[in-house]
Write a protein that binds this ligand. Structure first.
Ligand SMILES: [Zn+2]
Length: 113
């Protein structure tokens, strides 16, 4: 999945309705990519984030399936993560990183008061 650029079926991923505080890291290399504070429920069926940790992801044009989308990959190991959409107005960032659960590992935050 990580290397082939596949997309898991919606609402099947482990992190779709995952809301614990912590950090999401690349399953390929372990780099931190998203904070739980950036996660929101977009209703699209995949884990969605409105921003990534700066300079941890790279975006490239994906012309597969007859459309043009923006693919999101790990900037460090080049694993496919998901796609990025802009201008939907879902959050103040106006950006949605739509990420496959299988591309991520979750690290719970230390207990905070
Ligand atoms: Zn990586």
């Amino acid at each position: 999945m990580l290397r082939e650029g596949g997309t898991e079926r919606p609402f099947t991923g482990a992190f779709v309705h995952h809301s614990a505080a912590g950090r999401y890291a690349c399953r390929g290399c372990g780099r931190e990519l998203f904070a739980s504070a950036a996660k929101f429920d977009s209703g699209c069926g995949w884990p969605s984030f409105d921003r990534a940790v700066p300079e941890t992801v790279r975006l490239l044009e994906d012309r597969s399936h007859g459309t043009v989308r923006t693919e999101c990959r790990c900037a460090h190991c080049d694993s496919h993560l998901g796609h990025v959409f802009h201008g939907e107005g879902l959050t103040p960032e106006n950006t949605r990183y739509c990420i496959n659960s299988v591309s991520l590992t979750f690290h719970p935050a230390p207990d905070t008061p």
